[in-house]
Design a protein around this ligand. Structure first.
Ligand SMILES: [Mg+2]
Length: 115
């Protein structure tokens, strides 16, 4: 039987991002370096929503928009390298679980090399 795998939700989002990009002929600007810079700029814009405010004073509508911009760039960068987003995030969680064992890290803000 030759069954076609259904795209994951993230794969569908990446397809939508690439459609948006390609309709505007922007792929020529979206090399890995520029997308990585864009990711950092958008993360900065996300941070800006909190600047000079208590966390609860930040505008959730603006946070939502900047977070979407962060995901846009992050998903494009993952796609550029052929990374499956779910796999790389779960792989990193596994690595972090080894670096931060619950028995040592629970309730602690220390970095793994200080536990
Ligand atoms: Mg933005």
């Amino acid at each position: 039987m030759n069954r076609k795998k259904e795209p994951t939700e993230i794969e569908g989002i990446i397809a939508d991002i690439k459609k948006f990009r390609d309709e505007r002929d922007w792929a020529k600007f979206h090399d890995a370096k520029n997308v990585a810079i864009c990711l950092n700029v958008e993360a900065g814009e996300l941070l800006e929503t909190f600047l000079w405010k208590a966390a609860e004073e930040a505008d959730a509508v603006k946070i939502r928009e900047e977070l979407a911009d962060v995901f846009y760039s992050a998903f494009l960068l993952a796609d550029h390298y052929g990374f499956d987003v779910g796999t790389i995030v779960r792989d990193k969680l596994e690595k972090n679980a080894l670096k931060y064992p619950v028995a040592k890290a629970k309730g602690s803000r220390k970095k793994y090399d200080e536990l």
